[in-house]
Each structure stands twice: as C-alpha cells, then as structure tokens.
Write a protein that binds this ligand. Structure first.
Ligand code: GUN
Ligand code: ZN
Length: 431
C-alpha cells in the first residue's frame, strides 16, 4: 500500500460555489492506494487514530490531490499540428489535419506517436481521454497497445471516412468489418473502451453511417464519438449533402447515432430542437473552448445547454485546441463564458474535468472522485518553486481563488505528478 498525504479535493455533483455539499475538501488527508485502486481517503488524524504512522506517508503537502483530469475530445494524431496558422475549420482540415493524419500510414510512426501522446496527457494531469485516431486500423491498435502497457483509461476507435477526404485517408468501403474487428479486439480489455468514430457527416456516406449505427446498437457500452455543429461552413456543407434531414442532429439521428453513449464535440450552433433531441436521447456535448477560439468557430452557450438538460464534458480538441492542458482549456472556457455573460465558477469548471467528464462517459463509478474502491488516477497540483503560479497562489485567500489561479497559470507549472492506476506515470523534474 502507498499512502499519499496532501490536501484532497473532489466533487460528487455540480457545485455552484465553494461551500456546496458536493465539494469535498480535506485540508490534511491521507489517500491510501492498494494496487490500482483507492483503498481509503481519511483525514490525517483518522489515519493516525486507525494505527497509521507519519513515517508511512509520502508527504506531498501543501499539494492538492485531485482525481485525474478527463479529456472528452482529443485527436492523438494531431499533436504535431498544434497552433497551425491562418485558417478556419474546413480549410484547416485540408491544410493541416489531413496531411498530419496521412503520416500514420506508417505503423512504426503510429507506435512512436502513441506512446508520446500518453506522455503528454500525463504531463498535463489527464488520465482519461476519449480520442480520435486515424482511418488506419493500426493507428488504433498502436494507441491501445501503448495504453495497455501503462494501464491507462483510453477510449478510442478507428476514424471512419469514405468520402470528401484525400485518397490516402479514405476508407475503400464502409469499413464496417474492420471496425467490428477492432471493437471486438479492444473493447473491455482492461480499462480500454471502444468508440465508433465517424469523423463527421461530411466525410461519411449514408451506408457508412448506417453500418456505424447498427454496430453501436449491437454493442451496449460502446461509445459513439463524432463532431457536430462546430462551424457555419461545416453546417451548410452537411445540410447540402443530406437535404432530407431536418437539421444536423437529425442527420445522425436517422442512423441511430444519438444515444446516451454518444459524445459530440462542439455543438456550438445547435438549434433548440436539436438540443431537445440531445437531451431526450442522452447525447453529450464535449465543450472545446480552446479549439473554438483558435479556429474561430464560435462561443458555446453553457447556460443554454444546461437549460435544455444536455450534459457536458470538456475537450482539449488537440490539434484544433492549442494544448493538452485541461487547466488552460478551462481558462479559455472561462473567457468564452465571460463573452456569453455567464459566470463559470472554478468549482464548476473543475467538476467538469473530473466527475462531470466521468459522468458524461458513464464512468463515474470508476473514476472522477476520491473514494474507496475508485481507480487510483490522481493528479497532484503544486506550483513549481519560483513560478508565477507559486507567487499567485501565495496571495489566494480562499480555495476558489487558489483554484482559479491554477486555470490561468497552472498549465506549465501546476502539475507536480500524475498517477495512473496507482502508478506514478509523470513526475515533474526538480528545478
Ligand atoms: N470536424 C471534423 N474533423 C475535425 C477535426 O479533426 N477537428 C475539429 N476541430 N473538427 C473536426
Ligand atoms: Zn475534434
């Protein structure tokens, strides 16, 4: 057993402030890890009263120990195009995303990149990711193999696209058989899960979307991961390709793709009837503020989604998004909300990248909180010595102020360590 002493913070529901019953904060706690699970979370005094000794603990104070972050939308093959200049969505796909994904035709390259991707996630404090791969089946194998070697919770699937994409990236048919093989090989292996991943309606014909919906219906627990209503040009192109559909959401709905295991990135421009359908089907939105600002796609209205009862996770959307850090992603989310005249409380924001993200993936019984029996995915937040973050945190009068400082200054100097299934997979080097 391993005993970590620090300030423990987790959420059991959506809090609207610091003093809310769903905010759990222990100023001096011992989190005991037993293999890949949390054995107990106790106040230090209770740990001692139960026979523990100060010598047994690894003292991380004053670090805050939280559940590892959950990124509900990212593209692992797009790491190397983060911050590519000058375009909006459709042109950006042609100029940057597709060429980057074409490089994954080489299996060796895919394997090397997959390992590097996981390292970047852990460095950022992210322990669970729902990610796109590429159309190449071996890019999905490479990622799942890398995740197996460190027991990481990765949800992924082969990208489906059989039209409106470059030749090297276009499935020769509906790719349903390949997709099924991959699903059967990986879904439920340890902590891995499969996501059926039609890129978006523009790049998938009717037959491909239909077969995707059939496969989804046959496999309860498998996810559907796609994009929707991100950019006005994309919406116009989609409606032109599917003139019979009532709206963008209806394109997917007709093929059985709106379910409670469906996660759609962006959703910025969804209409009221589409949001109603999202709510009634249990489909989730992944809020990707950094990408939405970078690609000029628009400002998601979180209050409107909440009013319709649509649940949400947060996605970095690398490489449309500008970095792996979920802290920096929340900072952009805060700014988007400011422009929408909506105050996003830091507690709500941190909820969204822990328990909220876990809920949107139906994983809240396994990850997203600190409690006995949960999987031991943890992030240790502590400002690097001498950093601007350390200087700013020293001024914080409340936990809210401290957390808020992490959003804006924590990306580079906030994460001291990341535990994945009980093992330290990232540790910041001493300065
Ligand atoms: N829509 C379809 N593909 C993509 C992608 O790779 N990134 C983003 N941001 N939107 C998309
Ligand atoms: Zn995306």
């Amino acid at each position: 057993m391993k005993h970590l002493r620090g300030r423990a913070l987790w959420f059991t529901g959506q809090p609207d402030g610091e003093h809310h019953p769903d905010v759990h904060f222990l100023d001096d706690a011992v989190i005991t890890l037993d293999g890949m699970h949390i054995h107990s979370v106790l106040p230090f005094s209770s740990f001692i009263a139960a026979g523990g000794t100060p010598q047994q603990v690894e003292d991380l104070r004053p670090a805050i120990i939280m559940p590892g972050f959950v990124d509900t939308h990212i593209h692992y093959p797009q790491m190397d195009i983060i911050g590519s200049y000058g375009t909006q969505l459709l042109e950006w796909l042609d100029n940057y995303a597709f060429p980057a994904e074409q490089r994954y035709a080489d299996p060796e390259y895919a394997h090397a990149q997959a390992r590097g991707f996981l390292e970047r996630l852990f460095e950022a404090g992210t322990t669970t990711a729902l990610t796109f791969t590429t159309v190449h089946p071996h890019s999905t194998d490479a990622l799942f193999q890398a995740a197996t070697s460190c027991n990481a919770r990765i949800i992924a699937g082969k990208v489906l696209m059989n039209r409106n994409a470059p030749p090297g990236l276009t499935d020769p048919d509906d790719a349903a058989d390949t997709n099924r093989e991959l699903l059967e090989r990986w879904h439920g292996q340890g902590r891995l899960r499969y996501a059926i991943t039609p890129r978006f309606a523009i790049t998938c014909d009717d037959q491909q979307l239909r077969r995707a919906g059939e496969l989804l219906a046959e496999h309860p627990g498998v996810y559907l991961h796609s994009h929707i209503a991100e950019h006005p040009d994309e919406i116009a192109a989609t409606l032109a390709l599917f003139p019979q559909a009532d709206n963008y959401a209806d394109v997917y709905d007709r093929f059985g793709l709106l379910t409670d295991h469906s996660i759609f990135a962006h959703g910025i421009h969804l209409s009221d009837p589409e949001l109603q359908r999202f709510a009634s089907s249990g489909s989730k939105v992944s809020f990707c503020p950094s990408s939405n600002l970078f690609l000029g796609s628009g400002l998601l209205d979180l209050a409107r989604l909440a009013a319709f009862g649509v649940e949400l996770g947060v996605g970095s959307d690398v490489g449309g998004g500008t970095g792996f850090s979920m802290l920096a992603t929340l900072a952009d989310g805060y700014k988007v909300n400011q422009l929408r005249n909506h105050n996003w409380h830091p507690m709500q924001a941190f909820y969204a990248i822990t328990r909220g993200g876990a809920r949107s993936l139906h994983l809240e019984d396994k990850i997203g909180t600190l409690a006995a029996g949960m999987e031991a995915d943890l992030v240790v937040l502590d400002p690097a010595r001498g950093s601007m973050l350390a200087q700013r945190v020293a001024q914080a009068q409340t936990l809210t102020e401290e957390l808020f400082a992490y959003l804006f200054l924590g990306a580079d100097h906030g994460v001291a360590a990341t535990y994945v299934a009980g093992q330290p997979q990232y540790q910041r080097k001493a300065a």
